[in-house]
Design a protein around this ligand. Structure first.
Ligand SMILES: NC(=O)c1ccc[n+]([C@@H]2O[C@H](COP(=O)([O-])OP(=O)(O)OC[C@H]3O[C@@H](n4cnc5c(N)ncnc54)[C@H](OP(=O)(O)O)[C@@H]3O)[C@@H](O)[C@H]2O)c1
Length: 335
């Protein structure tokens, strides 16, 4: 592509624990020529998702890991600056897998590259109208099958996915308890988002607070963290409860698999169900779900926040911020 240079962040070695600068290389390469059906996207925002950390490990996941020397894979929003596609035209703003780089050559496959409505807030497109909104909606309604009046508990409740999930559960008429890690996040969840109770997993006795705040026990647990929090909520399930396994961020930095939750036997006693899901599987329903979320955003019932890091080199720090619990809402890097 002429003289165009691409600054990239590539995986230099597999991280152990939190990522370090040594885990990444920063280079500059020529932008590749486009094949038919490809577009060149100039990255504007990178979405920092917890799952990115799982892709840096060798362990088999739901898609293959990032290989050493490859650009770190991630979602992003950017402008199409050249196109050899009939479907995605030059000038379009798109959501795609940009990776941690300034320019991405991507396929115009509709499963990968979605043109966005002109004027859309790119931060919303990465969060509430992106994977986080889809995940929260599908997890609660299809996997959790929440019903009005039920008690719903959400872990990592002030994060990108959790903060959307707690609000959807409220909109659907549930009693909602969030689990989070700081008083500032707890205050936002109660005063800003209007949920019914919060447990601080760093300072509270979680099982005792679950007993206090969920007198009718827990009908649906939307779990983003796994680990001791999952175990505590399993001990407080209602009959026929649904445990929605969205993620397990407490273990993503671990080299070895964590021990299973001791309270899983309660699934038997309570005739409960625990089910994992990957929101990409519901991509076919994306447009309908976004219409619903769009109505809730427009009428002020669904709020979304972003936590912005500046510049491509900040991407590793932005990823760690998630594990250190620094964020409220969606972490993005403005490139
Ligand atoms: N299944 C799917 O299709 C799908 C799609 C998207 C995301 N996910 C999952 O959803 C979860 C949330 O992802 P996200 O991108 O929205 O991140 P996020 O919630 O914005 O950020 C992660 C939050 O997790 C909490 N946390 C970090 N380490 C923790 C620990 N050891 N114990 C308890 N809490 C911890 C922190 O909040 P506190 O300060 O509150 O502790 C942190 O802010 C992840 O597990 C991710 O893998 C799944």
């Amino acid at each position: 592509m002429g003289d165009l240079k691409n600054r990239r962040v590539v995986l230099a070695q597999r991280p152990e624990g939190l990522v370090t600068e040594d885990d990444f290389g920063h280079d500059e390469v020529d932008v590749a020529d486009l094949a038919s059906g490809e577009v060149l996207v100039q990255t504007e925002y990178i979405g920092i998702d917890a799952t990115v950390r799982t892709w840096l490990s060798k362990a088999e996941g739901y898609i293959p890991p990032v290989e050493i020397g490859e650009v770190v894979r991630s979602s992003g929003i950017g402008r199409v600056v050249a196109s050899r596609s009939e479907r995605v035209r030059e000038g379009a703003l798109v959501s795609t897998l940009t990776g941690w780089q300034e320019y991405a050559v991507v396929s115009d496959d509709p499963m990968l590259t979605t043109p966005l409505a002109e004027g859309i807030d790119p931060l919303a497109a990465l969060g509430v109208f992106g994977a986080n909104g889809l995940t929260a909606y599908v997890g609660l309604t299809e996997i959790g099958r929440v019903a009005q009046g039920e008690t719903v508990v959400v872990s990592a409740a002030a994060g990108a996915t959790g903060s959307i999930a707690v609000q959807i559960a409220k909109i659907l008429g549930c009693r909602v308890i969030g689990i989070t890690g700081t008083d500032e996040k707890a205050a936002w969840l109660i005063d800003g988002l209007g949920i019914d109770g919060v447990i601080n997993h760093r300072t509270d006795d979680v099982p005792a607070q679950l007993r206090a705040l969920c007198p009718q026990r827990v009908d649906v647990f939307f779990d983003n963290t796994g680990g001791p929090i999952l175990d505590a909520v399993l001990g407080r399930l209602a009959d026929h409860a649904r445990v929605v396994l969205c993620g397990a961020i407490s273990s993503y930095n671990d080299l070895f698999k964590p021990p299973g939750p001791a309270n899983y036997l309660n699934l038997i006693a309570r005739r409960a169900r625990m089910e994992g899901f990957i929101s990409w599987d519901s991509w076919g329903r994306y447009a309908d779900i976004m219409d619903t979320l769009g109505e809730w955003v427009a009428d002020g019932r669904l709020e979304h926040r972003s936590h912005i890091f500046e510049g491509l080199p900040s991407a590793p720090r932005a990823l760690n911020a998630m594990f250190l619990g620094e964020n409220i809402g969606k972490i993005v890097v403005r490139v």
